[in-house]
Ligand binder design. Structure first.
Ligand code: S3P
Length: 450
């Protein structure tokens, strides 16, 4: 089992880009596979999570060819052969690994097929709630059994069914659930509507538009009409702002630092992290290269002495994945940071309220735990500690960043999990720690294989 050993850094001057966006890569694999032709996907995230979704689509008949790959991980540039909405029965149960997004989106896709299928995942995924997708899908007529040891959990047995459209009020602000219902709606005759309680990431709607599938937006209601044929297209996945967030926090909290993250997704449903770091005192510039479809651009950040902040209720769904590393920024900032209304963190890859609070306390931070979040009284010096990621990629990476600011050595145990969202993180961490700033030091090794 691998580990990170991290010591404090005194400077950070770097320019690089992070791997492709995880949310968009899942969606590109699925919509590419449903489309009516060949799609070239560039900068796909070659992580275990996304490769599992790609392999799931292959098992459903949508094969892909790799153009370039990240050595030892998976495809970066690839061609997907769309099946014109006609999927075939998989020969075996489909492995979703650690990916909540993969399993929930695939459940929506498979709910209205003429064949049965089974989705399973690792121990963490098998303990996460799936009722949030099976309930609305059952309302549409899906026949899904949750056969996990824990009630309402995977494995999912999805029987052949014919779906009818519904209007569904999401009880939690979840882009995964919204997307599962919209994907199911593609196979139902008529108009399916999802009403979200708060804005969630809109990559599904944006990507459907790229594939010429129309959706309608009316306030917080999103509708789709079934029986539309996705037109094949080429898609370039921007860098993942949730991966960039680790380095943004490291730079923000180190006065005198300068970091340029290039070609990263700047979709406003994902950029609350930038607002929060600005509010905490970091100096930031965003340069948008392209605002059509998925916005993409560069972020330049200069570090400063940070001060605490309160995360607004409406910001929570926008930065839910960044909260572990925001909590690290809070521990390094002067004053109090309040993170509440974030109970969803308890059903992520780990209970991220407990894993963050315990880890920060082990490093000497002053943290209060609540059912729906935490309060951090920042500014106490952090000291090195041994932190277990418990197999959660974002916990491993957040505490690697904390280690860059701690006295002594921080050892993060169980770090293979970072490959679920950020293959190459260890390489970038080593380049930062060794004060290397030449772009070549940050380049991940790719091998053209076709
Ligand atoms: C995601 C939505 C979020 C996020 C997850 C990816 C997506 O989950 O935490 O990492 O791609 O739709 P919820 O839908 O559960 O909020």
């Amino acid at each position: 089992m691998s580990e990170f050993r991290v010591k404090a850094i005194s400077k950070l001057h770097a320019e690089f880009s992070v791997p492709g966006d995880k949310s968009m890569s899942h969606r590109a694999a699925i919509l590419g596979g449903l489309s009516n032709g060949i799609c070239t996907i560039r900068n796909f995230l070659p992580s275990e999570d996304c490769v599992n979704t790609l392999n799931a689509m292959q098992a459903l008949g949508a094969r892909h060819e790799v153009i370039d790959e990240l050595t030892g991980y998976g495809p970066i540039n690839l061609r997907i052969h769309g099946q014109s909405m006609k999927l075939s029965a998989p020969a075996a149960p489909i492995d979703c690994g650690n990916a909540g997004t993969g399993m929930r989106l695939l459940a929506g896709l498979l709910a209205g097929q003429e064949f049965s299928s089974e989705l399973f995942g690792d121990a963490s995924l098998s303990s996460r709630p799936m009722g949030r997708v099976t309930v609305p899908l059952a309302e549409m007529g899906a026949k899904i059994e949750t056969r996990g040891e824990k009630p309402g959990c995977a494995p999912l047995f999805i029987h052949a069914a014919t779906l009818t459209p519904i209007t569904y009020h999401l009880p939690v602000a979840s882009a995964q659930v919204k997307s599962a219902v919209l994907l199911a709606g593609m196979f139902a005759k008529g108009k399916t509507t999802v009403i979200q309680p708060a804005e969630t990431r809109d990559h599904t709607e944006k990507m459907l538009a790229s594939f010429r599938v129309s959706t309608r937006r009316d306030g917080n209601a999103i509708s789709i009409f079934g029986n539309q044929m996705p037109e094949s297209c080429d898609f370039t996945v921007p860098g993942d702002i949730s991966s960039a967030a680790f380095w943004l926090v490291a730079a923000a909290a180190l006065p005198g630092s300068r970091l340029l993250i290039k070609d990263v997704g700047l979709n406003p449903t994902r950029t609350a992290i930038l607002k929060v770091l600005s509010r905490m005192g970091a100096h930031m510039t965003e340069i948008l290269h392209n605002s059509e479809g998925e916005p993409i651009g560069n972020i330049e950040i200069h570090g400063a002495a940070l001060t605490g902040t309160t995360i607004l209720i409406e910001e929570v769904p926008n930065l839910i994945d960044e909260i572990p590393v925001i909590a690290v920024a809070a521990a390094l900032a002067k004053g109090r940071t309040v993170i509440r209304n974030a109970k969803e963190l308890r059903v992520k890859e780990t209970d991220r309220i407990t894993t963050v609070v315990d880890g920060l306390r082990a490093m000497g931070a002053d943290v209060l735990e609540f059912e729906d979040g935490m309060e951090i009284e920042g500014g106490k010096p952090l000291h090195g500690a041994e932190i277990d990621s418990f197999g959660d990629h974002r916990i491993a990476m957040a505490f690697a960043i904390a280690g860059l600011f701690a006295d002594g050595e921080t050892v993060i145990k169980n770090t293979d999990c970072v490959n679920t969202s950020y293959p190459g993180f260890a390489h970038h961490l080593a380049a930062i720690r060794n004060h290397r700033s030449r772009p070549a030091d940050f380049t991940l090794p790719t091998t053209p294989i076709a």
